[in-house]
Write a protein that binds this ligand. Structure first.
Ligand code: C2E
Ligand code: MG
Ligand code: MG
Length: 726
């Protein structure tokens, strides 16, 4: 081949190469041939480049060193990424390769190389793309670091691709080295499989965790959210989605959030919402839950056995501290709180592990005792009474606290908290009315009873509208001189359906339904109207009206009395209100205010059925009372029953000391009257003198008596027809 032929052949070969390339004669280090791609890159016609110095054409320091070496022997191939300086001063990042070309000898052997082929692979696009991708990755990583959640990205094979610092922190993994951008560099993790396996060791249930991961791997498209509990007790919320690039799933992204604080806060809120802050006991809401749970268990037992429940029941005790308000008012709120805490501790100490105690109101507590038997409940209740009543010291003062307890049994008395509380509270109130510091079990009325009560209540309401009530008047007589002291107005009701219904039967029903307020109001206005009539006819007589506790507690009660008096024009001292001891006991401060208001009106105040409730000397001293009416239960045994006689004498002495008048109720015999007279009792009321009389009969008697003094012995002879009952 001639040199020209060889040149042409080389040129054709170079043109076949896609990248810029040129041939250099090693001996002269001059360019022999250049392809058009190289001419275009170098910006000169190929012809102008032929003969150019190879070292001046496109070189880097590495190239220069190679060209310098090549004259001294075999330097091999130069193949590397570099930046080439072009003749026009530009720099070109490229992959440059310089290979030595040797011709074959005639016998097929290889001759020493005489030429070098220089080829360039332009890397500008590639580098630009990589820079763009690095930039994107940095932005992505910075975004990952900016989120509060821990993020983990794994590839389709489950190998670590990326994660942020929060992830490392959440899982308590060895920290990752930060890269140049200051973000965690997952690529620094040498053994990512081992690193990820570290996660499994940190979860509380590694088996379930591993199974979960296997399921996710089996379904690369799955999205899921669940919670993981770690061994250190923390709870993580985990959300996972497939990592899609285009249509293909390339891996999976996990997002972890620490729920521990939230769960703890929620638990705390939940706990607080069921707890009484002062005593640390459960509160009413928690009790409601307990009762609901227990009653549903009762029902399940009942349904399971197909018969009435005997097992599975429970007792609900309502415990109310006695006169707590006095403690609060006299010793202050701090001491009041201390008393509540003390009472709570003492009561709690009486309970067994499965019993439940809650504070359900200011000074009232409820206890649920498993096992619904009355005896067991009463035994525990008495133990609590004893424990609470242990002397204590509050605010430096020695002090004895008592409580009153009502008991209802589930399921026999009720199935819901409302029902059970209603019954237990009513029983507790009965204890209070009866003198406090005791225990009482709810008394069940038969269904028939309840139905007849409802009928009676309805009939009562009809009776009021149809004007079927009447008032009778029972005289009260002076024991000293037989003078008429006054009369007690007593309600009477004859019903077309029920016949003559005694007040002892319908008054309690009216008290329970609240209708007593309307009845009492009618009695008050009717009695005042009658007394006014008698006053206007020249027979001023004091009329006593029974006032029920509920009526007394009506906010407008005092105003109502004042207005009835004002409308009628009755002299206020001719009206006497008979109140029960329970009125004084229940809310002493409020009662005191009302009684003073009534007293200021000029109305007289008497305590009815005295001795059956709870009244102490010191207590009565505070109230502006005029009269005590000794309950007839103390009178019936007179004069022989020694205890009754002693009680009556004590009441008389006490009343004397307090400057109160005393009237004895239910005097039926002359012996009773004589005893009372001898003891210095002021007056009496009873069948011995007269039963309650209708207004007309009473008026006849009034006109006859003219309130003149009578010698005691002539009273009977002159009185109306007297029924003696023994
Ligand atoms: P109370 O206020 O203690 O009334 C006295 C009761 O004793 C009356 O019964 C009266 O009839 C009865 N009584 C009077 N003398 C004798 C006697 O010598 N022997 C016997 N065994 N009993 C005698 P009553 O009228 O049946 O009333 C019963 C209760 O009903 C009253 O007891 C009172 O608590 C209540 N009540 C009657 N009327 C009213 C009223 O208008 N309003 C209110 N809230 N309660 C009333
Ligand atoms: Mg009375
Ligand atoms: Mg009475």
């Amino acid at each position: 081949m001639t040199p020209v032929d060889r040149l042409l052949a080389n040129q054709a070969l170079l043109e076949a190469l896609p990248q810029p390339a040129w041939l250099v004669a090693l001996a002269s280090q001059r360019v022999l041939a250049v392809n058009s791609a190289a001419a275009a890159l170098l910006g000169q016609p190929a012809a102008a480049l032929v003969g150019a110095d190879a070292q001046a054409l496109a070189t880097s320091p590495e190239d220069l060193a190679w060209w310098a070496e090549v004259g001294f022997g075999d330097v091999g191939t130069l193949d590397s990424d570099t930046v080439i300086g072009l003749t026009d001063g530009r720099s070109l990042p490229c992959r440059r390769s310089i290979r030595l070309l040797a011709e074959s000898g005639r016998e097929g052997g290889v001759l020493a190389p005489t030429q070098a082929l220089v080829s360039l692979h332009d890397r500008r696009d590639e580098l630009e793309q990589r820079a763009r991708s690095d930039e994107l990755n940095a932005a992505l990583q910075a975004t990952l670091e900016a989120t509060a959640d821990g993020i983990l990205v794994v590839d389709a094979q489950g190998r670590l691709r990326a994660c942020n610092r929060r992830f490392v922190q959440l899982w308590g993994l060895p920290d990752l080295v930060a890269n140049d951008n200051g973000v965690a560099d997952a690529s620094g993790v040498a053994d990512s499989a081992r690193w990820l396996a570290g996660l499994t060791q940190r979860v509380a249930d590694p088996l379930a965790y591993a199974e979960g991961l296997a399921a996710l791997r089996a379904d690369p498209h799955a999205e899921a959210q669940d919670t993981l509990v770690l061994r250190d007790g923390r709870t993580l919320d985990r959300v996972t989605r497939p990592l899609r690039i285009g249509e293909r799933v390339r891996g999976r992204v996990f997002c972890f959030r620490d729920l521990t604080e939230r769960i703890v806060a929620e638990q705390r809120i939940d706990c607080l919402s069921r707890q009484d802050a002062l005593t640390g006991l459960a509160n009413r809401a928690a009790l409601a839950e307990r009762v609901a749970k227990a009653t549903s268990a009762c029902t399940a037992v009942a349904e399971g056995s197909g018969r009435a429940v005997e097992g599975g029941g429970f007792a609900l005790l309502v415990i109310d501290l006695d006169r707590f308000r006095q403690v609060n008012d006299s010793l202050g709120h701090d001491s009041g709180n201390a008393v509540l805490r003390l009472a709570a501790d003492r009561m709690q100490a009486c309970l067994r592990g499965d019993d439940f105690i809650a504070r359900i109101g200011g000074d009232s507590f409820a206890v649920m005792l498993s096992g619904g038997d009355a005896n067991g409940a009463e035994t525990t209740a008495r133990r609590m009474l004893g424990a609470v009543a242990q002397p204590c010291e509050v605010g430096g003062s020695p002090f004895t606290l008592t409580c009153s307890i009502g008991i209802a049994l589930a399921p026999s008395h009720g199935q819901t908290l409302d029902d059970l509380l209603h019954h237990a509270e009513a029983a507790m109130r009965a204890v209070k009315d009866g003198g406090r510091a005791n225990v009482r079990l709810h008394q069940v009325r038969g269904r028939g009873d309840r139905r007849s009560q409802i009928r009676l209540d309805h009939a009562m309401r009809q009776a009021l509208v149809s004007n079927r009530f009447r008032l009778h008047y029972q005289p009260q007589v002076s024991l000293a001189d037989g003078r008429l002291l006054g009369a007690e107005a007593l309600i009477r009701w004859r019903d077309p359906e029920h016949g003559e219904v005694p007040p002892g039967r319908f008054i309690p029903v009216a008290e329970e339904s609240g209708f007593i307020v309307a009845i009492g109001d009618w009695v008050l206005s009717q009695a005042v109207r009658q007394a006014t009539l008698w006053m206007q006819r020249g027979h001023p007589i004091k009329i006593a009206v029974n006032v029920s506790a509920l009526q007394f507690q009506q906010p407008q009660f005092v105003e109502r009395v004042a207005s009835v008096l004002a409308v009628s024009g009755l002299a206020p001292e001719l009206l006497e209100l008979e109140l029960t001891e329970s009125i004084l006991v229940r809310d002493a401060e409020d009662a005191l205010q009302r009684l003073h208001a009534l007293s200021r009106l000029g109305v007289r105040l008497a305590i009815d059925d005295f001795g059956t409730g709870y009244s102490s000397l010191g207590y009565l001293k505070r109230f502006p009372l005029d009269k005590l009416k000794i309950d007839r239960s103390f009178i019936s045994g007179l004069p022989t029953a020694e205890s009754d006689a002693a009680i009556v004498r004590a009441i008389l002495q006490m009343a004397d000391a307090l400057g109160l008048k005393v009237v004895a109720e239910g005097v039926e015999t002359e012996a009773q009257r004589a005893f009372l007279q001898a003891c210095g009792c002021d007056g009496f009321q009873g069948w011995l003198y007269a039963p309650a009389l209708d207004a007309l009969s009473f008026e006849e008697r009034l006109v006859g008596a003219r309130s003149e003094p009578h010698p005691p012995d002539s009273t009977l002879a002159e009185g109306p027809r007297i029924r003696l009952v023994r």
